[in-house]
Design a protein around this ligand. Structure first.
Ligand code: PFF
Length: 464
């Protein structure tokens, strides 16, 4: 049972692209512009980048250390690094539970993107007015059947890739989809920046408006940093189990975070200039920005050239589909790796089994936008509940536990050996990283939790 896995990514580039594929997703193209739009643009971005550096990257490298050290599966990694302290073994269940939850609600939105790409391909957005886009989205997302069907298609695609295995499926998929994704982004940024009124969008993205920064801005920026880097739920541990011994964990962590931030900013450069080039539209339209505002924007800004409107819409939704797929592959892999390595279930069978359960849970999330809108647990519908459990609970708690584990429980010599590849790398940032993992990241997470639980409000009320 404890033999080490022989599977690994074939190349260093493949490893980076696979991890970047997990990180770059709907979180960058859909969630980031929405959050930035709601929280004052550049001011939000500055806080977000700060959290990336103080929390996101350190926790990401922590996950790499745990995963690569075990080189088998997450349960084994925790057990072997803790020096046999069996309690930590249970952390191996975190990616399984989180994998089911996150894939179930993420694939609902992934399904929407696939449907929108299909609609764009059929030129279904042409010749409508603004109100129709909103009505169409509401009628589609609240339909009891169709969103679940599109979700099933995306989950099946994801399942196919994961069933093929680490090299032939995950790595090859990332090597094909990530360059394509970059190409699509660059073409779209070029188009968007050449639109009349693009400077207003640029100003929104680059000029900070601190008057809009509130406590919730800070919370959202942290949540976005965790979500966007896929940290805190052992997703990256799972991938790092497949890293070769010569991968520079610190350097790769920084590279992936840079790619991730760059894609988020470039997505902003696609969306905001386009939105501002239509008089009267504002970017803070919430999550409907991508599914209601943008189809309208694409038609209006290219109203004189229908072919351009068609191409721009199609490329944009294809971009979303690709981003969603590379991330959902990593979500499915979290649970599949566990059943495959720990329970010895074959990879295709694990992939199919996990996908079926996620489809069932995902259907409940999808119905939250329609007939089950009023079915609530803890005051939240299923979709919001799953999002809350993953982004607000499991990600911060998991990150905290991993920082405590690597910073305080594991013998420092073991950690240093892993970061420096058994002393063959210099790793000048090692001390700084360890400081962030031991003190800064846990403190930030605890403060933010305290704030969420309303402890500060109680404290201030007592003082005054
Ligand atoms: N980082 C992905 C995104 O930005 O869309 C989402 C994600 C992937 C979250 C994998 C969690 C995860 F385990």
């Amino acid at each position: 049972m404890n033999t080490k896995s022989t599977v690994s990514f074939a190349s260093k580039v493949g490893a980076i692209l696979a991890v970047a594929g997990s990180a770059v997703g709907l979180g960058n193209v859909w969630r980031f512009p929405t959050e930035a739009g709601e929280h004052g643009g550049a001011a939000f971005i500055l806080i977000y980048v700060l959290f990336m550096l103080l929390l996101g990257v350190p926790v990401m490298v922590t996950e790499f250390v745990i995963g690569r050290h075990g080189h088998k599966d997450v349960t084994h990694s925790f057990l072997s690094m803790s020096g046999g302290r069996r309690g930590w073994k249970w952390m191996g269940l975190l990616p399984v539970v989180a994998g089911f939850l996150v894939l179930s609600y993420y694939s609902v939105v992934a399904g929407w993107t696939l449907y929108y790409a299909f609609e764009a391909g059929l030129n279904g957005f042409a010749g409508k007015d603004a109100a129709t886009y909103a009505a169409d989205f509401v009628s589609f997302s609240s339909h009891p059947l169709w969103p679940s069907v599109w979700m099933a298609v995306t989950v099946s695609l994801t399942c196919g890739v994961v069933a093929l295995g680490v090299r032939r499926g995950i790595e090859r998929g990332a090597k094909i989809m990530m360059p394509l994704l970059f190409l699509l982004i660059l073409v779209l940024v070029g188009c968007s920046l050449s639109l009349p009124g693009a400077e207003r969008g640029l100003r929104f993205l680059l000029q900070p408006d601190f008057s809009r920064v509130t406590g919730s801005t800070v919370l959202s920026a942290m949540g976005q940093a965790f979500f966007s880097l896929s940290v805190g739920i052992c997703c990256l541990c799972t991938y790092a189990c497949y890293f070769r011994r010569d991968v520079d964990l610190m350097k790769d962590g920084l590279k992936v975070a840079s790619i991730d931030t760059l894609v988020a900013l470039l997505s902003g450069l696609i969306i905001f200039p386009a939105v501002y080039s239509v008089p009267g539209l504002q970017p803070d339209a919430g999550p409907s920005l991508v599914f209601i505002t943008l189809p309208n924007v694409f038609q209006q800004v290219f109203s004189g050239v229908p072919l351009l409107a068609y191409v721009f819409s199609l490329l944009f939704y294809l971009l979303l589909v690709m981003a969603a797929l590379t991330s959902s592959i990593s979500m499915l892999e979290m649970a599949v790796a566990y059943f495959h390595e720990e329970w010895r279930v074959s990879r295709p069978l694990s992939a199919i089994g996990v996908s079926l359960v996620c489809l069932l849970l995902g259907t409940a999330c999808s119905l939250s936008f329609g007939v089950w809108a009023d079915v609530k647990v803890l005051g939240l519908n299923f979709f919001d509940l799953f999002d809350f459990l993953v982004a607000k609970l499991l990600m911060p708690i998991g990150s905290l536990l991993m920082c405590v584990f690597v910073g305080w429980v594991v013998d420092e010599q073991v950690v240093r050996q892993e970061i420096t590849n058994q002393g063959t790398l210099r790793s000048p940032l090692y001390r700084l990283w360890l400081f962030l993992v031991r003190y800064v990241a846990p403190l930030c997470i605890l403060l933010i939790f305290a704030n969420e639980l309303g402890l500060f409000r109680v404290l201030f009320a007592t003082v005054h």
